[in-house]
Design a protein around this ligand. Structure first.
Ligand code: 3MF
Ligand code: MG
Length: 362
């Protein structure tokens, strides 16, 4: 049986976290960033996703020389661990100038800062050897509709992206849509919005998307359909696989842990588009459970990767011919059961099928 070895996996240092939530004391000791790098290869991951200030902490207050030196040091550390940087994402939401949004802030000075900071992220990406910038537009939205003009906000986002595209002709930008949290309403809630924005930029072929399962679910959408939409446009440049238990805060649960069938469908869509051959990574944006003890909690990453790999096998062994026959005869009830039986490792018996035969029922 084939395995998922043709896929390459990544995650970000924020996926091994400190073990605190807003409602209680820390449950795990802090893990120093460089120590987290040790577990990547151990768990079979090849690439590190980075915010600009994961790569260079406090970069706003450092000289360009220092920034450059620290980025080079990190690149050397990745090299010696056999790792590469998948992307760099400007972390605009942790600075006081990003509180009202960066690119869409009402204050022109804050908007300018956001663009300058994004250019620094591009320089850091260059030093880290990746051409991919991810924009999770965290605070680009509103708590109060009347506080911003949406039409103008979209133009600001497009202007900011154009400046980034002009700044470095080699860079690609993947927008990571999310409908809410931390904002009440975000301006780029779905991949449809992201790719429509891409078309309005000065270089649409250099602007694509990263789809996160939980973000699609929070928008009430099916993540596999969102992925299929981006794949059809050749614009799925990364994914953040995880899971979500309903419409609540962004949970970043282990992949497949809530909606196994939804996870199967995401894997199936990626398989049928031969995503593994595009060179793009399977990113896992998952968080450890609050109850997990230290010293370093990473089972959620190992589990998510293992689930992905098991589902690749399930996608490859799916009885396609049987499914096509059922689709041809519009027998979707049997198709439904075929999927469930396949996921549960049970063959569908012909006897079972004949019981459902329409003439017998009539
Ligand atoms: C928030 C997210 C972010 C992004 C990350 C990379 C912290 O819901 O998903 O994770 O994935 O900033 O751009
Ligand atoms: Mg994410």
């Amino acid at each position: 049986m084939s395995t998922a070895s043709d896929y390459r996996f990544s995650f970000g240092p924020w996926n091994i976290h400190e073990g605190a939530d807003p409602f209680g004391p820390p449950v795990r000791p802090t893990v120093e960033f460089r120590r987290k790098l040790d577990v990547y290869k151990q768990l079979g991951f090849d690439a590190v996703q980075l915010h600009d200030d994961d790569a260079v902490t406090g970069l706003d207050n450092k000289t360009w020389n220092t920034v450059q030196q620290e980025a080079k040091e990190l690149r050397a550390a990745l090299d010696s661990a056999g790792l590469v940087a998948e992307f760099v994402a400007p972390r605009l939401w942790e600075d006081e100038r990003g509180v009202d949004g960066g690119y869409t802030a009402n204050d022109a000075g804050c908007r300018q800062w956001a663009i300058e900071r994004s250019k620094k992220a591009i320089d850091i990406a260059h030093l880290m050897g990746t051409d991919l910038i991810v924009l999770w537009l965290a605070r680009e939205g509103t708590y109060l509709r009347e506080s911003k003009c949406a039409a103008q906000a979209y133009n600001y986002i497009i202007d900011a992206i154009n400046e980034m595209l002009d700044y470095n002709p080699w860079v690609r930008i993947a927008i990571e849509p999310k409908p809410n949290e931390p904002m009440d309403q975000a301006y780029v809630p779905t991949i449809g919005h992201a790719l429509a924005i891409a078309e309005r930029t000065s270089a649409p072929h250099r602007v694509g998307g990263l789809i996160e399962t939980a973000h699609a679910q929070l928008a009430g959408l099916d993540a596999s359909d969102e992925m299929a939409f981006a794949l059809g446009a050749g614009k799925l440049w990364s994914v953040h696989l995880n899971d979500q238990n309903g419409l609540k805060y962004d949970q970043d649960k282990s992949f497949g842990s809530v909606d196994l069938r939804g996870a199967f469908n995401q894997v199936r869509v990626l398989e049928s588009a031969q995503y593994s051959e595009t060179g793009c990574y399977i990113g896992l944006d998952v968080k450890a459970m609050r109850t997990e003890r230290g010293p370093m909690a990473y089972r959620h990453l190992a589990n998510s990767k293992a689930t992905f790999e098991m589902l690749v096998e399930k996608a490859r062994s799916f009885p396609e011919e049987q499914a096509s026959e059922l689709i041809k005869s519009r027998d979707y009830e049997s198709l439904d059961q075929l999927v469930i039986s396949h996921l549960l490792g049970q063959p569908v018996s012909t006897k079972q099928k004949s019981h459902c035969n329409a003439t017998q029922v009539a």
